[in-house]
Design a protein around this ligand. Structure first.
Ligand code: NAD
Ligand code: ZN
Ligand code: ZN
Length: 346
């Protein structure tokens, strides 16, 4: 089959690899119909994720049709149209029983290398999904493939980040980063009741997309984000900051924008090991800081329900629909911020 293979820094190629087979009785094989390129794939592309070796199959966002199931699989059947979380979980271990599916003792991330379970990725014609009953969701009839795809990662990641912030109806939110995840955070913040949402990014075109969703755009190369937010909030700062970039500069900015008693909820991925935590400010200003890998299994059903109800449309972020064979071009365009969300049609 054809698959997107990581070849080295800034280098991916579509190559022929063996098709996956059922290994465990609880596995399913899914025939991928649409996959997507994520900002998280770019960290591998940049050579920043330890344990991602040349030759591995990339990708963790997908929708598809179940092709084959192992003898223990009960809930999903051959022919079902499905989506699944980017990280897989067993549903049975101590972490899963506590609802910490992103901490599953047998879990991992599709296409994220040996430090994350060594699972082959989904930017391919077929992908093996372990614990299929737990990791696949049948897509409601009236939700399109393209909408459902976003429930497996970035829409649910963004929704979860806003949920983790404890946002209350009427509160104000600043979202740092207006890549696809940041844009989904803007949508999620409005759906969850924000009164005003600021969208901050270095790339002007990206905050303009957020403005089309109702956000107040802050192109941070041209405008000081803190000054703008202080002007609109009467010097208070925002109740909630969602950080959707990753790394020190934007985490620092998050602490500059949040009001006393407010919350910072970060989802951006970074390879930095440490961040100088503003201890005194957090103490005196009574701040809450939250960061983590998304807990997709916790929120995916709520997000699918929002998609089904037509309350949110993540496909407005899609700028390119390419064939799987054109993945190399897709990575280049997305990395250079010349594309928004890139879908790969298989
Ligand atoms: P992306 O690369 O398309 O978007 C990142 C955006 O940040 C870009 O628009 C870029 O211009 C902007 N940016 C960079 N530096 C900035 C700065 N100093 N100030 C303001 N904006 C800045 O990626 P994406 O797909 O939107 O993903 C965003 C982040 O979310 C990535 O780090 C990704 O790995 C992460 N992510 C995390 C999880 C999780 O489970 N925690 C899940 C999905 C994605
Ligand atoms: Zn992703
Ligand atoms: Zn588990």
């Amino acid at each position: 089959m054809k698959a997107v293979i990581f070849k080295g820094v800034n280098d991916v190629k579509v190559e022929s690899v063996p098709e996956p087979v059922i290994v465990e009785q609880s596995d399913a094989i899914v025939r991928v119909t649409t996959a997507a390129i994520c900002g998280s794939d770019l960290h591998i592309y940049h050579g920043k994720i330890p344990g991602t070796l040349p030759g591995m199959t990339l990708g963790h966002e997908y929708v598809g049709i179940v092709e084959e199931v192992g003898p223990q699989v009960r809930e999903v059947r051959k022919g079902d149209r499905v989506v699944g979380p980017f990280h897989v979980a067993c549903g049975m271990c101590r972490s899963c029983r506590r609802g910490a599916y992103n901490q599953c003792e047998r879990g991992g991330v599709l296409g994220y290398g040996i430090a994350f379970g060594n699972y082959a990725g989904s930017q391919a014609q077929f992908v093996r999904i372990p614990f299929a009953d737990f990791n696949l969701r049948k897509i409601p009839k009236d939700v399109s493939d393209e909408k459902a795809l976003f429930a497996g990662d970035i829409l649910t990641t963004a929704y979860g980040a806003v949920r983790n912030s404890g946002l209350l109806p009427g509160e104000t939110v600043a979202v740092i980063g207006a890549g696809p995840v940041g844009l989904m955070a803007v949508m999620s913040a409005f759906v969850l009741g924000a009164s005003q949402v600021f969208s901050i990014d270095l790339v002007k075109e990206r905050v303009e997309q957020a403005a089309a969703l109702g956000a107040i755009p802050i192109p941070s190369k041209e405008m000081n984000a803190k000054a703008k937010i202080n002007e609109v909030t009467g010097g208070q700062g925002v109740d909630v900051v969602i950080e959707a970039v990753g790394g020190t500069p934007t985490l620092k900015l998050a602490f500059e924008l949040v009001r006393g008693g407010g919350r910072v909820s970060a989802v951006g991925i970074t390879s930095e090991d440490k961040f100088e935590f503003p201890l005194m400010q957090s103490l005196v200003s009574d701040l809450t800081f939250r960061i983590g890998v998304a807990n997709i299994h916790r929120d995916i059903d709520a997000v699918l329900a929002l998609l089904q109800a037509g309350r949110i449309d993540p496909t407005t972020t899609v700028t390119h629909r390419l064939a799987l064979e054109e993945a190399q071009e897709g990575y280049r365009l997305f990395d250079e911020k010349k594309a928004g969300k890139v879908l790969l049609k298989v």
